[in-house]
Design a protein around this ligand. Structure first.
Ligand SMILES: O=C(O)c1cc(=O)[nH]c(=O)n1[C@@H]1O[C@H](COP(=O)(O)O)[C@@H](O)[C@H]1O
Length: 238
């Protein structure tokens, strides 16, 4: 996952997905399947993308009681995805159960999917967090706290914004991965995101992998836009 640019396939059906992917020839990509696509196409979409040699982040953000998350993750592990996620707000016991489920569902001899925890969504501002979640700490403190409990639960890393990635790396070490959505090139619209950064800023912050959706998928020329993001992401060394 290190240094990856993950493309968020936020499409309503697989026809649009494959139309989009046809522009990439045989390039092997890191693709994120989220709830929009998965709820329509189901587990088969993962299999079809894996058959084309892509790496898959299945982003279903599980958040439920430990027993339910255990069962959910046991099933997801059998799909052969590379990365899955939960909400850290579900708590340490839930995150431990997620890992146990993944281990139970991974076939012998196979590597279990990596598991990361969403801290504070990149569409959440500090003001919103305070007024809606009644958290009095700063947004960065909340993200670091969630990262700490995710690490204590044994998870592989977190989803956060590039703004918090540097301090997480400093406090929790280089092995603990940070995956950051909310990535925009200078000229792109911010839309519903609140904590955004450019690929260059993400690289300088020491982010492990960036997630880009609409900046590529909704661009007039998606392949060209992908190249522009990739160049910005790969062109800067921390
Ligand atoms: O877990 C995620 O992937 C995620 C977490 C988060 O805090 N913010 C966030 O935007 N995402 C996802 O990352 C993608 C960002 O898409 P764009 O804003 O279109 O680049 C979407 O698919 C979101 O579901």
């Amino acid at each position: 996952m290190k240094d990856s640019l993950i493309i968020a396939l936020d499409f309503p059906n697989k026809e649009e997905v494959f139309q989009f992917l046809n522009r990439f020839d045989d390039e092997s990509l890191f693709l994120k399947v989220g709830m929009e696509l998965f709820y329509q196409e189901g587990p088969r979409i993962i299999q079809e993308l894996k058959e084309r040699e892509h790496q898959i982040f299945l982003d279903l953000k599980l958040h439920d009681i430990p027993n339910t998350v255990y069962g959910g993750m046991k099933g997801l592990a059998q799909l052969g995805c590379d990365l899955v996620n939960v909400h850290a707000a579900g708590g340490k016991d839930m995150m431990r159960a997620a890992l146990e489920g993944l281990e139970a569902g991974t076939a012998p001899g196979r590597v279990r999917p990596a598991c990361i925890a969403v801290t504070q969504l990149t569409s959440t501002s500090e003001q919103q967090m305070r007024s809606e979640q009644l958290i009095e700490a700063t947004l960065a403190q909340s993200v670091i706290h969630y990262s700490l409990i995710a690490q204590e639960a044994g998870l592989d890393g977190v989803v956060c914004s590039s703004h918090e990635a540097g301090i997480i790396r400093e406090q929790l070490g280089n092995e603990f991965v940070t995956v950051t959505p909310g990535i925009r090139l200078g000229s792109d619209l911010v839309q519903d995101q609140k904590r955004v950064a450019t690929p260059e800023q993400a690289r300088i912050a020491g982010v492990s992998a960036i997630v880009v959706g609409r900046g590529i998928t909704k661009a007039e020329d998606p392949y060209r836009s992908y190249q522009a993001y990739k160049q910005a992401w790969e062109g800067v060394r921390a």
